[in-house]
Every structure is written in structure tokens, then in C-alpha cells.
Design a protein around this ligand. Structure first.
Ligand code: E4P
Length: 221
């Protein structure tokens, strides 16, 4: 299972890198707005993110802010020329689906985002999106079952042998990651702090303390 970090923050990316747990990055306009003050710095910031990643550390999904087809494909092409690691993230809509089809035909990688239903996920796959991003946490927030949606997407994608990879998004807790892992979801994108929670178990801490205490009791000659 791939671990993408959902951030535009360089320090957060470095934390995952240092642990050898970085498989890619996803950003969105809200995340980038936390990192820069002036819009003219956006592309430089995207380049800094891409340059930080080693070859084996995956790709970087960058979201378009255009909402109509013509602007989306222009923006997508511009983003794809900025760095080879960039995957163009496009929100689902009629214009978005057309843009994904266009960009796919040009071999530009795409990630269909803001996906909240099975129908939307089916459309993304049909036009050849490389990734689909169903938002688990935001569905849970409104009392829908985000994980059920991800499971259903996996079922229909396997049924039709679609190549679109599921990149489960809006991850809020370790349970989201582990439930995705249990059903073989390709990737999750999550803030680093959620990955951090996977390390801890109280018995590990107690066990290590006892091992070290017992070791200290051995005589030294
Ligand atoms: C996905 O690619 C989005 O950037 C992200 O996962 C949204 O997460 P949020 O619901 O925590 O904002």
C-alpha cells in the first residue's frame, strides 16, 4: 500500500521522507493557501515540492483552479510541463471529465478529485483517469460511510478491469488507513500525523522498558 502525504508543507514532507515512508504527495488549493502568501509564488512552491522528492518517492498531485474545460486543459498542460512528477488533479464535473479524457489522450497523468459517489468514480475510470480520490473523512463528517464507498469503487473497478488507481483521500484516523489496507486499496493520502499514530502501542512501550531493565541486570565482568 502506498502512503501519499496530503500536504503542501515542505517540513511535513521531509518527516515522511526521513522515515522512508513517502510514496507521493497530494495537495489542494486549501493546503497550498497555508504555505504561501502571494499567488505568484504558487508555481515555485510546486517546483520545490517536486524537487524535494527522490525518483522512487512517487508523484505529486496538483489541483487545477480552473472550472471550465478550455481553462482546465490549458492549466493542466502548463502544470504537466512544470515538472515530470506532476499529476494533474481535476475536480469531478462535466468539464472535468472532458478535461481528464483530453489530458489522458495526451499521456498527461490525472487524478479525479472531490469524488463522493460510486457514479462519479465510474465516470473517472471510464475516461481513463490515472487516479480517483474518494473523500472518506468528509463523507463520515455528514454521516455517510466513506469506507463503504471505497469498497464499492474497488469492486466495480475490479469487475471491469479499469486501470484507475484508488487513492483514498480525506483520511482522518488510523482506522481509515487500516480498513483500506484490509481490502487492498492501492494508496491512501493522509496528513503525516495520522501515519505517526500507526507506530504506537502501549505494550510496545512497556515491553521495551522491561527488555532494557532486564538487560541492565546482567553482570558486566
Ligand atoms: C485529497 O487529495 C484532498 O487533498 C484531501 O485528502 C482532503 O482532505 P480533507 O477532507 O481532510 O481536507
Amino acid at each position: 500500500m502506498k502512503f501519499f502525504i496530503d500536504t503542501a508543507n515542505l517540513e511535513e514532507i521531509r518527516k515522511a521522507q526521513l522515515l522512508g515512508l513517502l510514496d507521493g504527495i497530494t495537495t489542494n488549493p486549501s493546503l497550498i493557501s497555508k504555505e504561501i502568501i502571494d499567488k505568484s509564488d504558487i508555481y515555485n512552491h510546486y517546483t520545490s515540492i517536486c524537487n524535494l522528492l527522490k525518483r522512487e518517492e512517487g508523484n505529486v498531485s496538483i489541483e487545477v483552479i480552473s472550472t471550465n474545460y478550455t481553462d482546465m486543459i490549458q492549466e493542466g498542460e502548463k502544470l504537466s510541463l512544470l515538472h515530470p512528477k506532476i499529476v494533474v488533479k481535476i475536480p469531478i464535473s462535466k468539464d472535468g471529465i472532458k478535461a481528464i479524457k483530453y489530458l489522458s489522450n495526451k499521456n498527461i497523468k490525472t487524478n479525479c478529485t472531490l469524488v463522493f459517489s460510486l457514479g462519479q468514480a465510474l465516470l473517472a475510470a471510464k475516461v481513463g483517469s490515472n487516479y480517483v480520490s474518494p473523500f472518506i473523512g468528509r463523507l463520515d463528517d455528514i454521516s455517510y460511510n466513506g469506507l463503504s464507498l471505497v469498497k464499492e469503487i474497488k469492486t466495480i473497478y475490479e469487475y471491469y478491469h479499469f486501470n484507475t488507481k484508488i487513492l483514498a483521500a480525506s483520511i482522518r484516523n488510523p482506522f481509515h488507513i487500516l480498513e483500506c489496507a484490509k481490502i487492498g486499496i492501492h494508496a491512501v493520502t493522509t496528513p503525516f500525523k495520522v501515519i505517526d499514530t500507526l507506530f504506537y502501542h502501549p505494550l510496545t512501550k512497556i515491553g521495551l522498558k522491561k527488555f532494557l531493565k532486564d538487560y541492565d541486570n546482567i553482570n558486566e565482568s
